[in-house]
Ligand binder design. Structure first.
Ligand SMILES: Nc1ncnc2c1ncn2[C@@H]1O[C@H](COP(=O)(O)OP(=O)(O)OP(=O)(O)O)[C@@H](O)[C@H]1O
Length: 328
């Protein structure tokens, strides 16, 4: 879309010393995404955020069960594996600077996710051509499962502080599904020193683009099973991709977990139980430690690849170059 549109967004930020527009970082079919630096944040360390502006029309505010992107983001705002919508005080886009003729009915500010898309991650794994530890793959699968849990129990994540998604005992009365959960629509955030088992070694993966979401009322248990199975189908392609990237570069490497291989084939099944998948994946992340793999493969295998140090090393190679700046 035209540079006039981009310049127009720029004009709104140009005279506001609180922010620096660091330029366009993405352009999709329906809008532009900009990277904005907040000069005041954290005492001047310059936290970034993303600004998503549609070219025209509104964020489609759907017919039938389709919901708008803002609606979907609001519905899942407290889910840890969904990008956070943020608000800024005295929003520069609400002012009318001289010369600006920006025509857009809406925009959203999002937390800035530093570490690139799932697609870039997979490309980087291919380039590196190194054995991918099972423990790394399990952690990323758990992020995908957590996203599915958020979609399966949207009533739980509409408000409150951000929390890790957990399955609930009762089925929900509605679900939200993302018809476009492709590999460009998930991005990695940061490592989290307090992120426990899940995000201390591997950065969090979040759903970012919710422009094609459906909200469905659930009539009963059968429908719930059908719809949550569909939600799981939407992550199964990505698990298959991880399985394909689960390269073993030497016959001595610990083999790719057969349970990962089985999960990658879940779209062959008519019904998949989200609670069972969540339980099994969480159990794998929790119990399949380096020691677990060492016990399973006692002799002749290179189990070092499953160590925390090896995962850290690979994560550094995937997401950071030597000077610490992002490679993706
Ligand atoms: N929160 C974010 N942090 C960092 N980069 C982002 C963020 N959101 C979007 N981007 C960048 O902008 C690109 C486009 O974002 P997004 O998919 O949300 O836009 P879109 O216009 O809906 O695209 P499309 O409809 O074609 O999928 C992403 O692939 C990513 O590179």
């Amino acid at each position: 879309m035209g540079s006039r549109f981009i310049n127009n967004v720029g004009l709104h930020f140009a005279n506001d010393i609180r922010y620096k527009n660091e330029g366009q970082i993405g352009e999709g079919a329906f809008g532009c995404v900009f990277k904005i630096k907040d000069n005041q944040a954290d005492g001047g360390t310059g936290r970034r955020f993303a600004l998503k502006v549609p070219f025209s029309k509104d964020f489609p505010s759907g017919e039938d069960t389709w919901i708008s992107e803002i609606g979907a983001l609001d519905a899942l705002q407290a889910a840890a594996h969904v990008v956070n919508k943020i608000s800024i005080i005295d929003d520069p886009l609400r002012r009318r600077p001289t010369g600006a003729t920006l025509v857009t009915p809406g925009w959203i500010y999002l937390e800035y996710l530093e570490n690139g898309t799932f697609r870039q991650f997979v490309r980087r794994l291919r380039e590196l051509n190194r054995t991918v530890p099972n423990r790394l793959i399990w952690r990323i699968i758990l992020c995908l499962v957590r996203m599915s849990i958020a979609m399966a129990w949207p009533n739980t994540y509409g408000s409150g502080t951000e929390r890790i998604e957990e399955v609930e005992r009762d089925n929900s009365t509605q679900i939200i599904s993302n018809a476009d959960l492709n590999d460009d629509n998930m991005m990695f955030g940061n490592l989290d020193a307090d992120g426990g088992l899940e995000h201390q070694l591997t950065p969090i993966l979040k759903m970012i683009d919710m422009g094609d979401c459906l909200r469905q009322r659930i009539g009963g248990d059968e429908q719930w099973l059908e719809e949550t199975t569909n939600v799981l189908y939407s992550i199964s392609d990505h698990i298959s991709t991880l399985r394909m990237r689960g390269l073993r570069t030497s016959p001595n490497d610990v083999p790719l977990d057969t349970d990962i291989v089985n999960l990658a084939m879940m779209s062959d099944r008519d019904e998949v139980d989200l609670r069972a998948v969540a339980r099994d994946v969480l159990a794998a992340v929790t119990t399949r430690t380096e020691a677990w793999y060492r016990e399973k493969y006692p002799r002749g295998y290179n189990v070092d690849v499953e160590s925390d140090a090896s995962i850290r090393d690979l994560v550094k190679a995937i997401f950071f170059d030597a000077d610490g700046s992002s490679t993706v």
